[in-house]
Design a protein around this ligand. Structure first.
Ligand code: HEM
Ligand SMILES: Nc1ncc(C2CC2)[nH]1
Length: 290
């Protein structure tokens, strides 16, 4: 499968900054969502799930075709809860109908990440919607019960190495698990909408206890109301992953730049962009107030 980027005709940085601002303003005005967590985390998760169907073996799936807009893909039980994110973005798509869904879902994640204090993340337009026949079969999303070899094997399908996998999973500092979505529960602390390297410090410094949760799933819990999925905890069980967990726990700047790089790589996986076109870097709302 070939995915050639075709940037929307005649659109400039200013046009996409307008969309960024619409999403960011809507995040601000609907900050009460999910008990005050806000829409940032679930928008980041949607950008990940819309890219997570990628398979390097035939270059299928990935963010290009915007196929998450089809119920056939969005109904995957492992995507439960993401209907909140697509419903949030529907009015943005109505306001800017010229923007492809693939560009909408990835731009939503980049906007959320930056508005939650994450790294400045270059973004390129040009994903083109493809039809229902291009929706990949269910089964390409990861399960939370996996161990380290499961996680390594899963990301091999993207061609991501150990360092990239550890950096990418640092996104789990954002947001929450919800029993009604995934059958996992927590964290219950409040600053789950600020991007930082704390996921790694939590993994290394807290005392983790493996417990059965209210949905009879096993998860790791620590005092102070934080939790880890089995796939999170795998990062400290495997010596090759552990090396990078320590690196990122010690060095916020290294985490921010490595997360930015692998997040861009994820959102663009499988797409051929015209490298003579500069990626776009958006200003945050705060930066535009001055
Ligand atoms: C081994 C791979 C992964 C597994 C098994 C996994 C699993 C999960 C699960 C079970 C939830 C809770 C969903 C719910 O109950 O609402 C979740 C939430 C989340 N995931 Fe992941 N995830 C993985 C990788 C990623 C990646 C690569 C990113 C982003 C780069 C990401 C971003 C998020 C975010 C931001 C949330 C919070 C969503 C919210 O607060 O509604 N995850 N993930
Ligand atoms: N620690 C942790 N693992 C998964 C999560 C979900 C993002 C909220 N949090």
């Amino acid at each position: 499968t070939l995915h050639i980027a075709r940037p929307e005709k005649g659109k400039t940085l200013a046009d996409f900054q307008n969309i960024y601002n619409s999403i960011a303003e809507k995040m601000k005005s609907e900050s009460a969502y999910d008990d005050g967590t806000g829409y940032g985390p679930v928008l980041v998760r949607l950008s990940w799930h819309s890219s997570a169907t990628y398979d390097k073996n035939d270059n299928s799936g990935g963010s290009y075709g915007g196929t998450f807009r089809f119920k056939k893909e969005a109904s995957d039980v492992l995507s439960k809860g993401l209907e909140n994110a697509t419903k949030f973005l529907d009015p943005i798509h109505s306001e800017y109908p010229w923007l492809s869904h693939g560009d909408l879902y990835t731009l939503g994640g980049v906007t959320a990440l930056q508005e939650l204090g994450g790294p400045k993340t270059p973004w390129r337009p040009g994903r083109v919607d493809t039809g229902p026949e291009t929706v990949p079969a269910h089964g390409r999303l990861p399960i939370p019960e996996g161990n380290a070899s499961y996680v390594r094997n899963y990301y091999d399908r993207f061609g991501f190495n150990d360092q990239e996998v550890v950096a990418l999973l640092g996104a789990h500092i954002l947001g929450k698990t919800h029993l009604k979505n995934s059958g996992y529960d927590g964290p219950w602390d409040d600053d789950t909408n600020i991007f930082s390297n704390e996921f790694f410090g939590n993994l290394l410094e807290r005392k983790w206890t493996l417990e059965k949760n209210a949905a009879s799933n096993m998860q790791y819990n620590a005092k102070g109301g934080i939790m880890m999925l089995p796939t999170d905890y795998a990062l400290v069980q495997d010596p090759k992953y552990l090396k990078y967990v320590k690196k990122y726990a010690d060095d916020q700047d290294a985490f921010f730049s490595d997360f930015r790089d692998i997040y861009v790589k994820l959102l663009e996986r499988g797409i051929s962009f015209d490298d003579s076109i500069e990626p776009l870097v958006f200003k945050t709302l705060k930066e535009q107030l001055k």
